[in-house]
Design a protein around this ligand. Sequence first.
Ligand SMILES: Nc1ncnc2c1ncn2[C@@H]1O[C@H](COP(=O)(O)OP(=O)(O)O)[C@@H](O)[C@H]1O
Ligand SMILES: [Mg+2]
Length: 264
Amino acid sequence: MTENDLMLQFNNVSKEFSSGLLKVTKTLAVNEVSFDIKRGEILSLVGESGSGKSTIANMILRIIKPSMGQIYVNKKNISEFPLEDYYKQVQMIFQDPFSSFNYFYKVDRVLNQAVLFRYGKISKEERKKHIHKVLTLISLNPEEVLGRYPHQLSGGQLQRFLLARILIIEPKILIADEPTSMIDACARAEILNLLKHLRKEINLSIIFITHDIGQAQFISDRVIIMEGGKFVEQGLTKQVFLNPKHKYTQNLLRSVPSLYRKWT
Ligand SMILES: Nc1ncnc2c1ncn2[C@@H]1O[C@H](COP(=O)(O)OP(=O)(O)O)[C@@H](O)[C@H]1O
Ligand SMILES: [Mg+2]
């Protein structure tokens, strides 16, 4: 790894939310965190609900702004990129695949729009070629999924469809915020394997967000354990889970079904 492989950096980033009628209730959702992710690396952010994981994702996605600190992509402050350029480099998949589709349109629309976003206007034949290629790469049979409405496909199929969309856009960074928590266990393993495949295929850096230590252990090169907006532990996946230093990580590990505890 060289310096040039650095894709994303957080420099002392905090996010405070003000809520309530008079905006007097303050929540420090993310508290002075610094980290980076390299090209082709899979990094998991692990923590219980409310620990600040999605707030980090939303700051990277420019849905919300940090209250303090800087975020860089390719060493440039993310606020300096025009939005369209930015979303060619940084993409996301979320917990609920249905939310990424419009119920009234056939699922094809999502891929048609992705081709338009990435390549501009191209011929119908070329567009079809791109779409068929990525669907096959993601093990979806075009005949089975194209021309359908979202409710005619399963959650797992829709999530895979959204990964095909990522393959069209070919971003550098993918934020996956609990992408498997709303799909059944069988499809879940498939999504995790496809994410690994995608990383290889387009040298993608992935920030994988989960409350499930088993999934983090399976997919990531490195993990960061979060609690109350802070990073309490981080390191190579094996090291962190084989030898957890922090009480919080030890407790998280203890609450995992024994099936996952191969490393103890
Ligand atoms: N828009 C918001 N306004 C006020 N508080 C928020 C907002 N978004 C998140 N929070 C609070 O910030 C904390 C972290 O939330 P979040 O990042 O969603 O955690 P996680 O994704 O780990 O479950 C929680 O206490 C949550 O209630
Ligand atoms: Mg969340």
